[in-house]
Design a protein around this ligand. Structure first.
Ligand SMILES: NC(=O)c1ccc[n+]([C@@H]2O[C@H](COP(=O)([O-])OP(=O)(O)OC[C@H]3O[C@@H](n4cnc5c(N)ncnc54)[C@H](O)[C@@H]3O)[C@@H](O)[C@H]2O)c1
Length: 285
């Protein structure tokens, strides 16, 4: 059985990695965050610090708690500084070669009992695991964006993952306040496998039924109890992120519904990526 997870390495402190690091820090765990440059590491720490300061200002956290959380964060650009980590969560660029190279290196660096997890959305956890000589200690931990706010973590096992590793990853996600679910390593895991084709269907209905994005969103909110309409949700996810994930699912499963509708591809080409660019289906200030 692996021991208690007290130090976590996070590889890549981009959108997801910084969020995952923050979740761990707030959960009382020491974090070694690795970025490709010191400047990017500092920027990520700045974003985490800013987020926690806002929590203090809003009365959701004590100043001392914030300071203690930030004190648990150590930054590095050197993967070998992750040597003492019990769990490493990789959240680097979504590219199989990049991830396999990182896992092969991490495999050489961390202790024999350490667990290696990937936050990939669309790549095969199995293909990442086989870059190591310990595929039984590799698991998927798929956090959702923004990680500090979204409760779900999909814990995805491969055919090679050891039962105790699968359970330890699940228990760790619970311990840091998340709501994990267990699944096997399949394209899109659970939520994206359902949500991506569903959102694509919604977009196709825009043209088929000649309904406006406003009315489609009203329809799904008031007729189906969705908390957000599909167009609003796509704007929030980022239309480029959705199209990329959609293409990956389509390549893996081949179902026509998985392919991104031309209307979404056109929005990406026009730079209308949703809320983050101020314009997608809707306009934002
Ligand atoms: N953004 C999302 O909504 C979301 C949700 C769930 C999972 N994911 C997954 O999380 C992972 C990270 O996505 P993100 O959105 O945070 O991306 P991001 O672009 O914000 O961050 C990517 C990180 O990878 C690092 N990186 C880039 N090239 C690298 C290399 N060659 N070697 C090592 N590190 C490198 C960057 O420095 C950065 O820290 C991806 O696997 C993605 O599929 C993303």
């Amino acid at each position: 059985m692996p021991g208690e997870i007290s130090r976590v390495g996070v590889v890549g402190l981009g959108t997801m990695g910084a969020g995952i690091a923050q979740v761990c820090l707030q959960g009382g765990v020491e974090v070694v965050g690795r970025e490709v440059s010191a400047e990017l590491g500092e920027q990520a720490a700045g974003r985490i610090g800013h987020f926690l300061t806002r929590a203090v200002e809003k009365g959701r956290m004590e100043q001392a708690e914030r300071d203690a959380a930030m004190a648990r964060l150590r930054l590095t650009t050197d993967l070998s500084d992750l040597a003492g980590c019990d769990l490493v969560v990789e959240a680097a660029f979504e590219d199989l070669d990049v991830k396999r190279e990182l896992f092969a290196e991490l495999d050489r660096v961390v202790g024999a009992d350490a667990i290696l997890a990937t936050n990939t959305s669309a790549l095969s956890v199995t293909e990442i695991a086989t870059a190591t000589v310990r595929p039984e200690r590799v698991v998927g931990m798929h956090f959702f964006n923004p990680a500090p706010l979204m409760a779900l973590v999909e814990i995805a096992r491969t055919e090679l993952t050891a039962d105790d590793v699968f359970e330890a990853a699940y228990a760790f996600a619970e311990r840091v306040g998340k709501t994990p679910i267990r699944c096997h390593d399949t394209p899109g895991f659970v939520v994206n496998r359902v949500l991506i084709p569903l959102l694509n269907d919604c977009v196709r209905v825009l043209d088929e039924a000649r309904v406006t994005p406003e009315d489609l969103d009203k329809g799904m909110k008031h007729g189906s109890g969705w908390p957000l309409g599909p167009c609003e949700l796509l704007d929030l996810i980022g239309i480029d992120i959705h199209v990329h994930a959609s293409e990956a699912l389509h390549a893996a499963l081949g179902e026509p519904r998985m392919a991104p509708p031309p209307r979404l591809v056109a929005l990406v080409e026009a730079g209308r990526l949703g809320k983050k660019t101020g314009r997608g289906f809707f306009e934002y200030d």
